[in-house]
Design a protein around this ligand. Structure first.
Ligand code: SF4
Length: 109
């Protein structure tokens, strides 16, 4: 037999569960943003950048693999397309690359 007390407890349980479902992804988003905010920019003179002919400015690229109009912002490996100036790249973990940058690992988004 259901009582008023059981219904209230069940309702509160479901209410907190819904808050939890919303809070967990938001907490993760905050962590990601905070972690990205502290990332350094990739040094184009570093060995890893040089190995892939990375540059901060795709407009200056003179490389046989370069496709006109390609840059980090339209690359599949640029993992935050909302980052319009500097953002994370899967090829250079822990570093930000320029949205207007380019390297030989470019893959069309
Ligand atoms: S892999 Fe893509 S996003 Fe990363 S540096 Fe190269 S072109 Fe830019």
């Amino acid at each position: 037999m259901k009582t008023l007390s059981n219904n209230v407890s069940r309702r509160r349980f479901l209410q907190f569960g819904a808050y939890g479902l919303v809070a967990v992804p938001l907490a993760g988003l905050g962590w990601t943003t905070a972690a990205q905010a502290g990332m350094e920019r990739l040094d184009p003179e570093s060995d890893s950048a040089q190995a892939l002919a990375y540059t901060h400015d795709a407009g200056t690229v003179d490389h046989p693999q370069f496709k006109e109009g390609s840059n980090c912002l339209n690359c599949m490996l640029y993992s935050d397309p909302n980052a319009k100036e500097w953002g994370p790249c899967a090829v250079f973990p822990g570093k930000h690359v320029a949205a207007e940058g380019w390297c030989t690992a470019w893959v069309a988004r």
